[in-house]
Unconditional design. Structure first.
Length: 216
């Protein structure tokens, strides 16, 4: 039976490994003004290890802000490891100079000066629990044999969003046995209308792969 939708929604926090309730813990990371690449809620995130080192970046774009490779071709051996999944942003709007919470930050979006810090940097909120499970949309059928065995990356973020939130999906065709991909698929998310693993659009549960995450 076909799944109801094949539209992605990034990576939404679900329960925690061990079937324990998610604590919803998140940390605040420095976000550079006028980033070279956009950032969107529910996308995987890493820390820039070149260029503007130490600042958060969206890891789902084909080329990340530090010049590395993200998205479908991500490889944790050669590129910045994941810290978690983006969950929103705070900055001083560069035009209105008002404190602003947002689901996304556009490429080259310049911030105003924060009167409390004296800096034009903003903040990114990141769910950085290494044992957090996420629900995402598979872009193709995923066999039972590939679950809890192979690694998967997000598809490339092409700049499209839904109200500022990510619409990326999980790249099934790029599954790899090498311990270099972003996520491991645990199984179906058991959404009654989107749980057919034999068709594109199944909602699946994933966790950050141990070799791809910076913490834990």
């Amino acid at each position: 039976m076909a799944n109801q939708s094949t539209t992605g929604f990034g990576f939404r926090a679900a329960e925690r490994l061990g079937n324990t309730p998610s604590i919803g813990g998140q940390a605040k990371y420095q976000l550079q003004t006028a980033p070279g690449v956009a950032l969107m809620k529910n996308d995987p995130a890493s820390i820039q290890d070149a260029g503007n080192q130490g600042f958060i970046q969206d890891a789902s774009f084909a080329t990340t802000d530090d010049g590395g490779t993200g998205g479908a071709a991500y490889n944790s051996t050669n590129h910045a490891k994941l810290v978690g999944v983006l969950n929103g942003f705070f900055f001083i709007d560069g035009t209105t100079l008002k404190p602003t919470f947002a689901n996304s930050v556009a490429a080259s979006q310049a911030f105003g000066t924060n009167p409390n810090t004296g800096s034009t940097n903003g903040f990114a909120f990141v769910n950085n629990d290494p044992y957090q499970e996420y629900t995402c949309k598979a872009d193709a059928a995923i066999s039972q044999a590939n679950q809890n065995l192979l690694g998967f990356n997000s598809n490339n973020n092409g700049g499209t969003s839904k109200d500022g939130q990510s619409v990326v999906t999980l790249d099934i065709s790029g599954a790899t046995a090498a311990a270099t991909a972003m996520f491991t698929v645990i199984g179906s998310a058991e959404d009654p209308e989107n749980e057919d693993i034999a068709a594109a659009g199944c909602n699946v549960k994933v966790v950050m792969a141990s070799a791809a995450r910076l913490y834990g």
